[in-house]
Design a binder for this molecule. Structure first.
Ligand code: GNR
Ligand code: NI
Length: 174
């Protein structure tokens, strides 16, 4: 396994939709394993392939609390097939928008269909942090970031800050 580099705002790839995976083969399983290692190293509770520059509908998630009791989920072509009317709010962050946290409101429960690591069709129903995380990751596959759920004022402020940081880095400052 190897860790992969995580792309950050304002990388244009984060705004693009990812492609459906046609078969869960060895290269997809290797991608899943490398993504899981990258996610644990970050550390993060979820990762979409686009965040490591791979435009495929592939996601890893692990919302378990203790490192000793890891509970990884591998999802290929995940789709929300049902979401609750009831909403819940979480303070969200994103590895592609480092050190920025803001409250986002989303459906409290979702049912997700996906292919597992073996390419088998599965469904799961989630609530709590897992429901939020799955929605955050599936958004990534559609080129949507959690800041797209905030007011335009907040979103534009964050984008500006990261554009400025990218420019400074380009110039070799900071
Ligand atoms: O590590 C992460 N934490 C998190 C917290 C609240 C809601 C969503 C997330 S996902 C994020 C990792 C990430 O950027 N996944 O795309
Ligand atoms: Ni994210």
């Amino acid at each position: 396994m190897s860790t992969l580099g995580i792309i950050i705002l304002p990388d244009a790839r984060l705004k693009q939709p990812s492609e459906v995976v046609s078969s869960v083969d060895g290269s997809i399983r290797k991608l899943l394993d490398d993504m899981l290692e990258t996610m644990y190293a970050a550390p993060g509770i979820g990762l979409a392939a686009v965040q490591v520059g791979v435009m495929k509908r592939v996601v890893t998630v692990d919302v378990s609390k203790e490192e000793e009791k890891r509970d990884p989920l591998f999802l290929v072509n995940p789709e929300i097939v049902w979401s609750s009317e009831e909403r819940s709010t979480y303070e969200e962050g994103c590895l592609s928008i480092p050190d920025y946290y803001e409250t986002v409101e989303r459906p409290a429960r979702v049912r997700v269909k996906y292919l597992d690591r073996q390419g088998e069709a599965r469904e799961l129903e989630a609530d709590g942090l897992l429901a939020t995380c799955l929605q955050h990751e599936i958004d990534h596959l559609d080129g949507v970031l959690f800041i797209d759920h905030l007011s335009k004022l907040k979103r534009d402020r964050v984008i500006k800050k990261f554009q400025k940081q990218a420019k400074m880095k380009e110039l070799g400052i900071g």
